[in-house]
Design a protein around this ligand. Structure first.
Ligand code: NHV
Length: 862
């Protein structure tokens, strides 16, 4: 059926005669097989040498799992069973048809948007490409090689391991690439996603294959190779746009043509700007500047609308369009402000001239099988980002330059993107050949991403300099090697990449790497630049300490948790439910992870009764602790102007620092981020026996005449006292709006059995933000034993729970064995006598099933 439909469209397109171009997808009909067989893999891989159908985009590993040749790599200890693939070479082939009519086009270009990684590509007996960089796309002129009827494409992918092994042999050392989970550290020689080689939250799967689309383009006369809508300057009065266009002319003679830019605000009336041009054979570059008066600016989320403009560049010859290309973008300015000031050196972003407190997270590729990140995946991920009220994500340097759809979602929703170049946590080679490869990769990706309104900032790498300075490598390597790495750092990150950003982007700021100069072990440097503050977690500092060591901008800080039991059940049988079991160890990649979770749990909680309670308490600890840290940063503006926590997502089911697990279950942390990052949130700081109440606002308008209600709640009997205050929430600022001495509210001796429940409401009584403040962590609280009463209304797609408890039930966790089910709230504090309703939604929920819902709270874990 599908074949008939595509044949129909194919015939239709053949009937359109006077086309200036035509594109056919070459994603269908690929086959693959193992090309080599290492002696040690003789037995394991015997089934892989036959031809299998391949899905493109995809990878060898993804397809072998699909065909059942490899087991589910996430289950049990199966990770070990899929490692042999990386040592082998793999062949891909496909045939496709070209018609006589198509051969009449002036040129045909085959486009590979991404080959992972070392590959020779052959077409009808000729080698058309030698690829060695996963991140670079290729467009190759193939008209002379094509023939009418059947054409043959063949790609041999070479093992990234065996291909680069000689580099290691000749260098004489292994690089200190600690996250590369093989003894021979070959990730550094491969321009390939570092996380494929393993990470401290990552399964290792060194993939090979066609990871991005393949297509064949036919052109008459000319085509537009690239179109950059460069925002030379933008303000509320005028936007100066340079339309930078690269046109390839295929005609032997020079061509007189009109370059026309048609543009409009999305859905509005279009305007047009023309320029007469002469095209010479080969590449031609033109710039057509234009001015848009009173542009409607693209705004970050919560600051206004994400207005988008459509630009189309057209080349016309004799009034006929011979080539065109469209760009959709938003007009705005984003500046990174690094300014010496009284405290040190600032680090913040200004959007359309207004300082922005950056709220968000670090993003890793959300699938180890990279190509499983499809459009639906990105839409879902950006829902999570938006629902937690983030306005910035950092595409971290150990992953990939993300797919188009990532940035398109970010544009549409008003989320700024901090983009690392893909280097992380180790030095890299810096010889001429390596840097030439990096140059090509950087130019390709800057050009690919520069039209996105959301793209805010370029950063050379993640923690390479931090590693060189602080990770003890000088004790493991000779001085000459260290010197070469420092010099290589400068060449790559202080010379090559910034020069390319300037030349090919020219509008965005760049930093050599993150963090800038500050290091988490040197708090005296926290007054300048961005910090990855791992004093929490690696430095074993308590959550409370984060408020006393605010950085100017936190680009990383985080805390681990296990995913909830329903995710653990997908990979571990009950006999493996313990920290040190074989299976759990495969799913905990951080060598000190379990001991750190236990250390912090000893600091804050009574010892949980069993593994399941340990998992639950760990989730709550991460959620509440990270909320505390993020709130301190947000209260601390304008000194501190950003909180991007480590990390929002997972690439497989694993113990990690994520706030959402691999199966889309929000951990407690994601709920707490949603609360603390709300555009207008209430904060509480308890210092020197005084409670300070803060409004933390990202709105650009003041919100005045709000009511702050402060209740003193006894864990056993409920409300003891209530007071209200009229408060104003100042725009784009954090301010103390009220203070109360503890003694005005309660007795010092009641701190272990009393909490503060405060909320902010508008004049109509709508609650804007709620904040519960406890004076201690649970092991120092007198939490009462209590039983939660649960009533459930079952409907298809939605269960509604009503919860109540005669006494305080802290951190109430509602569980349902349905992956990805959404809860209107979870991990909540249920106050004495309070009735709370929680709505669970999932298309998998059926009223008739009465899927069991379980509820637990902290007092039940000890
Ligand atoms: O370990 C968690 C995350 C990593 O997954 C990721 O690479 O960039 N993490 C920790 C650090 N940076 C990052 C900080 N690194 C160190 C801390 C303590 C000692 C050595 C290194 C991310």
């Amino acid at each position: 059926m599908r074949k008939t439909v595509s044949l129909f469209f194919f015939l239709i397109s053949c009937m359109l005669v006077a086309q200036h171009s035509e594109t056919i997808s070459l994603n269908e009909g690929w086959q693959f097989r193992q090309a080599s067989k290492s002696p040690q893999n003789e037995v394991t891989s015997s089934t892989a040498t036959q031809w299998y159908e391949a899905s493109v985009p995809g990878s060898v590993q993804r397809d072998l799992i699909r065909h059942g040749v490899l087991p589910d790599p996430y289950y049990g200890t199966n990770e070990n069973k899929v490692q042999w693939i990386e040592n082998e070479n793999w062949d891909f082939k496909k045939t496709f048809c070209v018609t006589a009519r198509q051969l009449q086009y002036d040129d045909a270009m085959i486009s590979f948007e991404g080959l992972d990684t070392h590959a020779d590509v052959f077409l009808n007996g000729s080698r058309i490409l030698q690829a060695d960089n996963m991140f670079t796309g290729h467009k190759i002129s193939v008209k002379k090689l094509l023939k009418e009827g059947e054409n043959n494409l063949y790609i041999r992918f070479y093992s990234p391991i065996t291909t680069m092994m000689p580099a290691r042999e000749t260098f004489g050392y292994d690089y200190p690439a600690g996250n590369d989970h093989r003894a021979e550290k070959l990730s550094v020689y491969n321009r390939k996603a570092p996380y494929h080689f393993g990470w401290d939250w990552g399964i290792r799967m060194v993939q090979m294959g066609i990871w991005k689309p393949v297509s064949l383009h036919f052109y008459h006369k000319a085509f537009i190779e690239d179109y950059y809508v460069k925002q030379a300057s933008v303000n509320a009065q005028k936007a100066h746009i340079e339309n930078q266009i690269e046109i390839v002319s295929l005609s032997e003679q020079s061509l007189k043509a009109t370059l026309s830019i048609v543009y409009s605000i999305q859905g509005g009336n279009s305007e047009r700007e023309d320029k007469e041009i002469t095209l010479l054979k080969g590449k031609n570059r033109f710039n057509l500047p234009l001015v848009i008066s009173a542009p409607k600016l693209w705004m970050p989320i919560d600051w206004g609308e994400q207005h988008m403009y459509d630009f189309t560049a057209k080349i016309m010859v004799d009034d006929k369009v011979i080539a065109e290309k469209a760009v959709r973008t938003g007009l705005r300015t984003i500046r990174h402000i690094a300014r010496e000031d009284a405290q040190g050196r600032s680090f913040f972003f200004e959007v359309n001239g207004t300082p922005l407190f950056a709220k968000g997270a670090n993003y890793i590729p959300g699938e180890i099988l990279t190509t499983q990140q499809d459009s639906a995946y990105y839409a879902k991920m950006f829902n999570h980002i938006e629902e937690a009220h983030m306005n910035m994500v950092r595409v971290w340097g150990g992953g990939i330059y993300e797919n188009e759809e990532f940035y398109r979602q970010a544009d549409e929703r008003g989320i700024l993107v901090w983009q690392d170049f893909i280097f992380g946590c180790t030095p890299y080679p810096s010889d001429d050949a390596f840097l030439a490869n990096v140059r090509e990769e950087a130019v390709y990706n800057i050009k690919r991403l520069r039209n996105h309104a959301s793209l805010a900032y370029w950063c050379g790498n993640n923690e390479v300099l931090e590693g060189l300075h602080y990770w003890g490598w000088d004790k493991q390597y000779p001085k000459a090697v260290m010197d070469a790495w420092f010099q290589g750092y400068d060449k790559t990150f202080r010379e090559l990449l910034p020069a390319l950003v300037k030349e090919y982007d020219g509008t965005r700021d760049y930093t050599h790497g993150s963090p800038d100069v500050a290091n988490w072990g040197q708090p005296h440097l926290f007054n300048q630049g961005d910090v990855h503050d791992w004093g929490l977690w690696y430095g074993e500092l308590p959550f409370e300490a984060m408020a006393d060591r605010l950085p100017r901008f936190a680009s990383e800080f985080g805390f681990q948790s296990f995913p909830e039991m329903k995710t653990i059940r997908t990979f571990a049988a009950p006999d493996q439910w313990s920290l040190e079991s074989e299976v759990m160890k495969v799913h905990q990649k951080a060598s000190t992870g379990n001991s750190l979770i236990k250390k912090y749990m000893d600091m804050y909680y009574h010892e949980p009764k069993n593994f399941e309670d340990f998992v639950y308490v760990g989730l709550v600890m991460q959620g509440n602790g990270m909320e505390e840290s993020v709130e301190a940063m947000r209260r601390g503006r304008p000194y501190c102007m950003g909180a991007l926590y480590w990390q929002i997502n997972d690439s497989w089911p694993v113990v990690s620092w994520s706030s959402i697990d691999y199966y889309d279950n929000w951990k407690a942390q994601h709920y707490r981020m949603r609360d603390v990052l709300a555009p207008l949130a209430l904060g509480i700081a308890f210092r020197e026996d005084t409670l300070d109440f803060y409004t933390m606002s990202d709105y650009l308008q003041d919100r005045n005449n709000l009511q702050l209600t402060v209740q003193v709640i006894d864990f056993n009997v409920g409300k003891q006292k209530e007071l209200t205050m009229k408060v104003d929430a100042k725009a784009n600022a954090s301010n103390i709006v009220g203070s109360r001495a503890l003694t005005e509210l309660m007795r010092e001796s009641d701190k272990a059995n009393t909490m503060i429940h405060a909320f902010l409401s508008d004049s109509k009584g709508n609650v804007i933000s709620t904040k519960d403040h406890f004076f201690y962590w649970p092991n120092k609280l007198n939490l009462p034993e209590t039983k939660i009463e649960t009533k459930i209304k079952y409907a298809d797609g939605q269960y509604t729970l009503t919860l109540s408890s005669p006494r305080l039930a802290k951190d109430v966790f509602v569980e349902i064995p349905v992956q990805g089910a959404r809860f209107s709230d979870n991990f909540i504090d249920l106050l004495p006598g309070e009735k709370r309703s929680i709505v669970i939604t999932s298309p998998l929920l059926k009223a008739a099933d009465r899927t069991p819902v379980t509820v637990k709270h902290i007092r039940e874990t000890y």
